[in-house]
Design a protein around this ligand. Structure first.
Ligand code: B12
Length: 450
């Protein structure tokens, strides 16, 4: 019995708000969910393989050949809503290879449109929620010649320490790269879930589940020895959401004198001087902050629960302590206008971030932003359902006129400042870093929203 887990190309993710030129320049990140499921299956003696068609840059034909060669009994594929066409493509290909292959789809999209996804004849099973136990159950039933069909609700992993480490040995680790990290890098999660309710974000899991510091640092130590990654990118929603948790992880790294460089996403209202100093000592080199808007009114609409003052202070403090900052902003939010977009660009300029990402607002399904957009008549209430069912191929509209042009303007304003370019060039310390900087710069100069 062999299980093949696949992460496929977007499959015409027409809703990405990243311009093609920057999409190419930003990098390719590991599919951690599949590595978790694979690790769990392996620890239960299941033969498992991961196929990442994005990292390997495979065509549809090559992917089909790969599936045939792997000769799996089960093909499992991960899906988000905007990338569901790519996931469906894999199920179709698998059935083309051998109609007896059991196709299983999991991932966020299954919590959004479960019935629509399994309405496709080539999708046998849809897993809603955590995939580890669900996939093992499916394997066991299939082994026992029991038929599995339809929706399966994954048993929630309450204690994340019980999970084996993600099976990174099944990933093409060298193929992952990121425009801002050193190479090679990997990703790691210290928690799952997020108690906040930002209006633009899919409220996937409100309950925060934390791993113990020991378990996390065991994983860091293990991968530092085995793979020689130069950076670890934490995939948590907000690493410092629970201050005690962040402190305990840092202290454990320091106690073991582990020399690791890591970066993490967090919130501007969840850092303070002492914590930042400790994180810096423990190897934190970069913090990513979602600031999202320079307009207090839009921040309120977003339910972001931060102030501009907090944002400016957090970025300043992070710089003073010697940790790089990466800030995110959304332009063209519902009820926004030229003034709010200009305010956002001005604010970004004012805080002078080390790295910044601007995206045009995308009303993802089951978000407050989507409900607001429907209410304002900006988007059809069945848009995503119809998208999932393959009934429409137009992208979600910009919620404010010319939001794409504003994104282009914002990137150019921030990245093409002489002081910014000079600062980046000053820090270039390798041919690899120079190449990536040039790639990034070309992404901005050739900017075109697709
Ligand atoms: C890290 C991340 C990324 C990374 C890496 C993505 C990747 N492919 O691994 C990057 C930055 C590249 C990214 C990009 C995008 N992302 Co993203 N991302 C996340 C984030 C923060 C964590 C995902 C993660 O790895 N979680 C850890 C794993 C362990 O959990 P998990 O993914 O939920 O997986 C579990 C279950 O879902 C299930 N499962 C998952 N896959 C499978 C497969 C099978 C077979 C089975 C049985 C089960 C199963 O089992 C897993 C383990 O229990 C989430 C937010 C979040 N906290 O979930 C957003 C999130 C998933 N992203 C989102 C979006 C929209 C995108 C983009 C589409 C945005 C865009 N630019 O268009 C792109 C798509 C790019 C692409 N082609 O992959 C949305 C999805 C919303 C939706 N309705 O689908 C989320 C939920 C953010 C949000 N809250 O709105 N993303």
């Amino acid at each position: 019995m062999k299980v093949l887990l696949v992460r496929n190309h977007d499959g015409g993710n027409i809703n990405t708000r990243l311009p093609e030129s920057l999409k190419k320049a930003q990098g390719v990140y590991p599919p951690l969910a599949l590595a978790y499921i694979a690790g769990f299956l392996e620890s239960n003696n299941v033969d498992v393989e991961i196929l990442d068609t994005i990292a390997l840059n495979l065509t549809k034909e090559e992917t089909k050949k790969h599936i045939a060669k792997a000769n799996p009994t089960i093909v499992g594929v991960t899906s988000m809503t905007p990338t569901c066409r790519g996931a469906l493509e894999i199920c179709e290909l698998a059935k083309d290879v051998d109609k007896n292959i059991l196709t299983v789809v999991g991932g966020v999209q299954m919590s959004v449109y479960p019935n629509e996804m399994i309405s496709y004849s080539y999708v046998d099973v849809g897993v809603v929620g955590d995939g580890e136990h669900a996939m093992l159950d499916i394997v066991k039933k299939t082994e026992a010649s029991k038929k599995v069909k339809g929706l399966v609700y994954g048993k929630r992993v309450e204690n994340l320490d019980d999970l084996p480490f993600p099976a990174r040995h099944l990933l093409p680790n060298d193929k992952y790269w990121c425009v801002i990290t050193d190479h090679p890098f990997t990703t790691l999660m210290t928690s799952r879930g997020c108690p906040f309710r930002c209006g633009f974000c899919f409220p996937h899991d409100k309950v925060l589940r934390l791993r113990s510091a020991k378990n996390i640092v065991d994983e860091m130590e293990y991968i530092a020895k085995k793979y020689k990654f130069k950076e670890i990118m934490l995939y948590d929603d907000t690493f410092t959401v629970n201050r005690k948790h962040a402190v305990s992880v840092c202290k454990e790294i320091l106690k073991r004198k582990l020399n690791v460089k890591w970066e993490a996403p967090t919130r501007v209202d969840r850092v303070d001087k002492k914590l930042l100093e400790l994180m810096k000592k423990a190897g934190c080199i970069r913090l990513r902050y979602g600031i999202e808007s320079g307009s207090p009114r839009i921040l309120r609409d977003m339910n972001k629960l931060i102030t501009l003052d907090q944002a400016a202070k957090a970025v300043k403090l992070t710089k003073e302590i010697g940790i790089e900052n990466f800030t995110y902003f959304i332009l063209g939010y519902a009820r926004g206008n030229e003034r709010t977009m200009q305010k956002t660009i001005n604010f970004a300029k004012k805080i002078d971030p080390d790295w910044v990402m601007f995206t045009a607002a995308t009303p993802l399904p089951k978000t407050k932003l989507y409900d607001d957009s429907v209410e304002l008549g900006l988007i059809d209430k069945n848009y995503w359902k119809d998208f999932t069912l393959g009934k429409r191929s137009d992208r979600t509209p910009y919620l404010v006129k010319d939001a794409d042009k504003w994104v282009s303007k914002a990137y150019k304003t921030l990245y093409l400042r002489p002081s910014f370019i000079w600062n980046k060039l000053r820090k270039v310390n390798s041919v690899y870093a120079l190449k990536k900087n040039i790639q990034g710069a070309l992404g901005i100069l050739h900017f075109e929203m697709n």
